[in-house]
Ligand binder design. Sequence first.
Ligand code: OTU
Length: 651
Amino acid sequence: MSASGGGPPTASGSAGVAVADTDRDVFIDALPASMRIEASARWATHGARLASIWRRLYAGRSDTGQLVALLQGVAAAAAARPEDLRALDRARSAAPGWFQTQGMIGYSTYVDRFADDLRGVAARVPYLQSLGVRYLHLLPFQAARQGDNDGGFAVRDYDAVEPTLGSAADLDALTARLRAADISLCADLVLNHTADDHAWALAARSGDACYRAFYHVFPDRELPDRHARTLREVFPLTAPGNFTHVDGLGWVWTTFYPYQWDLDWSNPDVFCAMALTLLRMANRGIEILRLDSAAYLWKREGTDSRNQPETHAILQMLRALVALAAPAVLLKAEAIVPSRELPPYFGDGAAAGRECHLAYHSTLMAATWAALAEQRGDILTHVVGQTPALPQHCAWVNYVRCHDDIGWQVLATEAAGYDPPAPFSLARIARFYAGEEPGSYARGRNFQHLSAGVAYGSNGMAAALAGIDAALANADAPALRLAERRLLLLYGIAMAAAGMPLIYMGDELALGNDVAFADDPGHTAEGRWLQRPRMDWMLAASAESETGGAADATVASRVLAGLRRLITVRRATPALAADVPMRAIKADSRALFSLARGDDFVALFNLGATPVAVPALPGCAGRSAHDLLADTTATWPTTLAPYDMRWWSVR
Ligand code: OTU
């Protein structure tokens, strides 16, 4: 049952509970002798922490035996880790900033939409290499629920590959292939919920009390109604409410779809089961775990049950056990929450740098789209100004689009206005991207509802939102050139900002909306399939064979060439490594956004539809610079065409 009442314990600090030496002994004794020296060193930093957080979080709910079983399980996972991955552990422990280089470019895609199955993905590794990709996020490929499964986010078996996508052997072959190509595989670990046909859920249904306690199950509506007063809805239209009645069981907490049952992380058995699941995935060669819906793990009455301190405690324990048993592995928080709630996912206070290595900068992403619609670079100046420097060996994930909607609510605070007060209307921005505002070039659609002036989210591929689909439909060449520039501008921002940039499949070819998605009976009701098209390999081949600048070049080849240019320049620019701090430079024109990295990189982006004259190098008057994208010497005054950008190396 969910925790409620009482003050939240803090996730950090070492208050109170003494950690017995026996915790260490339990862990070390369970390891083969050859591993003990290395493990002792890791224990000193991470093991004691894990045990002390555990004791604080699960005080009163667990006995010593459970912690012993967990530590033995972690030791068994460490011992079972294949030798090649252990070598990776050693290499990365010696260079913990390995993922922060400016050469880390990510790519995110569904397996089936990209290449039918895991073998197909392996065959496309050369394509990924040609883009400079160094980490590949494959959306859920674990055995999914039969029937509707939220694009795989309703997992039936964490340890099995979805049969339609391949076998365990295919996954092993893929991870080996990717590692040989210096590409890290990132996979989802859906932490918040399982499918309702997961073995645990089936056991709960059939009356097993132990597994019923894996979920939040209520006999009647009393507690659900109390929680509901302060909960929000993630899918208000397609999955209203947060609880689902299950015959013979009662009311089950279902934050997302009714068939996605929220796990009860206040039950230490759930922690143990999921923690060991994580380590098994790590031992399969998955190098980055995308912790899906990380914000929702702990429920507290009177709150929206997001971002609770206990959620951070749980993530810190997961981090500690990764550090003990699979230190090469990175944890990436998927928390689509307001900007002030994001930095804690890296750990704060005494726990700084001890939670996730990575987190999506969902606010910067949404702000980029807002800035484009409003033609206001100052929105980005503000968001970057509010983005704190991160603890060592932590990085943002910067992106333009993903498989989900662009959720506008993460910008609610920013939209309400700041200093100087200049609010913006999220509802208007949503209408803009749905093509419902005068002068809109966008061909997106609203996600869920847009009622009483409240914006929810926007669907659509980046190319469609940036105007490419409309320009192609109207055979309007000048509009097409502007739209291409917008798409590259968005990627120019994501690639210049501090963090690891992620390309969403198809954006490199300006792939448009999948307007036929509703013809698939399984997808009709889910608008997010608009941005989940199939990869167009014919287009990829033709874009490759054309030269970007040629008169007969297509939009795909021009966008591909433009994106490659950004990647190539980024790779050659040390100031763009993830750990070089970023700062925004206040620009004279409201349409401009100026971003500096370190002391020798400045970028300028024109979010507006009119040219802007720039009298001098922003923030560095008197210094000279090289125009990195054009590879020319920069001169001033200069004019930024509509939606144009510059990346300068300052001397
Ligand atoms: C995540 O999403 C996934 O990215 C979605 O594809 C899944 O449907 C969902 O979890 C459930 O597994 O808020 O932090 O469009 O941004 O559902 C978790 C809304 C999430 C998504 C939201 C999201």
